[in-house]
Design a protein. Structure first.
Length: 246
């Protein structure tokens, strides 16, 4: 079977959705399927691992301005995506709201290709009322219609499932939690000092992208209220924790 996976970015962008997509694509290839991964060309594409990477020419102005990643495919990117859809047997979309996913969904419907949507997020509690309203409207106009028509929907958390449980789906959704990659996350012999952390005292660790939807505002507030705890943040993104002066 030829499986086309579509996400907004490749894993070199550093986000969780992209890492999950990459792990699944590699597993498809390892089990003997033809595996293709299409994503925006905003970051470096993977070059090995037995699958084909299709770089979609995109612009990504919103992430720099708002922290919300939304790569927009160009006509050339859409042509590449259409060719990838035509060559596959099934399309797997990682999150319905992204423009790359929406374009792939429309192309798959026109080509009569089965679609599976892996839904990672639902509402995002932005501090900005305007952004919250835009997110709510986008979910109503884009996410909900795609999930209703998709051949199969998979939720990666019970929170996302409950947030979208009111939607009538073609068949019952599946709940499949994200796993943990043991080759990357495991108990090791590293010492606190190896990371510039104090040898004694409590340490709170955050690992993820430095964006509003990950709760950075809450993390800053907690860090300010607990000077007795050392907060170690591992990640990157448009929010710079150094400006907190903590």
């Amino acid at each position: 079977m030829n499986i086309l996976t579509v996400s907004h970015f490749f894993e070199s962008h550093g986000g969780g959705i992209e890492r999950v997509a990459g792990r699944l694509v590699r597993q498809f290839a390892a089990t003997g399927h033809g595996a293709t991964w299409a994503a925006s060309d905003c970051d470096a594409a993977p070059t090995a691992d037995g699958f084909t990477a299709v770089e979609l020419t995109c612009a990504n102005p919103t992430e720099r301005l708002t922290g919300l990643p939304m790569p927009l495919p160009s006509p050339t990117g859409l042509r590449r995506l259409r060719a990838a859809v035509d060559a596959c047997d099934v399309v797997i979309l990682h999150d319905a709201l992204y423009a790359t996913s929406l374009a792939a969904f429309v192309l798959a419907r026109r080509a009569d290709k089965p679609t599976i949507v892996v839904q990672h997020i639902a509402s995002i509690p932005f501090r900005s009322r305007f952004l919250r309203s835009i997110m709510t409207l986008a979910n109503e106009l884009v996410t909900a219609p795609v999930l209703r028509v998709a051949d199969q929907v998979v939720f990666i958390s019970d929170l996302v499932r409950r947030d979208l449980a009111h939607l009538p789906l073609r068949r019952p959704a599946r709940l499949l939690f994200n796993g943990v990659e043991p080759a990357l996350f495991h108990p090791g012999a590293a010492r606190r000092e190896d990371f510039g952390l104090p040898a004694a005292g409590r340490i709170a660790v955050f690992a993820g992208r430095f964006v509003e939807k990950k709760g950075l505002a809450v993390l800053e507030a907690v860090a300010r209220s607990r000077p007795d705890v050392t907060f170690a943040l591992a990640g990157s993104g448009p929010i710079d924790p150094h400006v907190w002066n903590l």
